[in-house]
Design a protein around this ligand. Sequence first.
Ligand code: CP
Length: 330
Amino acid sequence: MLTNLYGKDFITTEDWSIEELNSMLEMAADLKRRFACGEPHDHILRAKTLFMLFFEESTRTRNSFESGITQLGGHAIYLTPSATQVGHGENAKDTGMVLERYGHGIAVRDCRTNIGQAYMYELAKYVNIPVISMQDDVDHPCQSMADLMTICEKFGHNLRGLKFVISWTYAPKYVRPLSVPQALIMLMTRFGMDVTLAHPKGFELMPKCLEAARRHAAENGTKFEVVDSMDAACEGADIVYAKSWGPIMVTEDPKEVQAMCDQHKDWICDERRMGLAKKQAIYMHCMPIDRGYEATDAVVDGPQSVIYDEAENRLHVQKALMALTMGGRI
Ligand code: CP
C-alpha cells in the first residue's frame, strides 16, 4: 500500500495510478473491517474538517462523506452556492483560498456540463489541501471506486476476462449526467474487465472519455466495445450495470431530452434481460433508481442485485480516500 498520498487531489481516477487506486481499496477494506467489528478509528482525522460544496442534491454522497469523517474523528460542513458567496459569484480561487485556511479538504459536486470538473481543477490550482470530486460532468470517481470494491468483493481481485456491461436505460423526469457511465468505462478497463457500453443513437458519451477507455483497454489487455442493443450487451455478462443518462452530447433542453428518451422506453433491465447474462451475474446501479423504468422491482430487489452493497461501499472508499489524503503519519 502506498502511504505518500497526503494532500493529493481526487478529481478523477484518471489522475491516480493503478497502484494508488489499489491503495485506496486496501485501506477501504481495512476500515470496513474496523467499522464492522466496532473497532474505534476516530483518531485518524481527529479535529480535521472537510468542506462539502454541493451544486446539486444528494442522498448517498452527502451522508456517506459526512458520517465517514465523523467516524474518523473529524467534521464535515455542508455548503451550497446559496448558503455561501459562491451563489453571488465569488470565484473558485477566493472561495478555495479562504476555506483552506480553516480546514483540511474541499469536496465538490458540480455536474454542470463543461463547467463542473473545470471548477474543481481551478480550485486545485490554488489550494494546497486535497480537492475531491463528489461527481462532476466528466467523472464520479467515488462512485466508480465503490463499484470496483463491490465487484472485487463478489468476484475476487482477479477480474480479468469478466464481461462488464454498462447499459443506458429509459427514465423520465430529469436529465441525468454522463459522469457515472464515463467513470465506469474509464476505470473498469484498467482493472482487467472487458467493458461493453450499450446505448441508443444520440446517447453518446464525451469523446475524451471514450478515448480514455479505448486507450486503457489497449494498454491493459482488456476490451472496450460500444453497441446499440441492450440484449446483445447483456448476453453472457458477468456484471450488468444499467442506468439512465441524458443525450447531453446532443441537447439538454428538457422537452427535446424527453422526446429522445421516449423513443426507447423498452430499454429496461428486467428478468428476461438478466436471464441473458451469466447465471452468477450481478445487477448494479449507483442509485437513485427510477424503479419500473430503469429496472423492474424483481431485478432491483432480486438475488442478483448488489445495489445496497455499492451504496455502503461509498462510505468505506471515501473514508479511505480521506484517511490517505487528509490524514498523515504521526
Ligand atoms: N450515487 C450517488 O451519487 O447518489 P446521490 O446522488 O444520492 O449522492
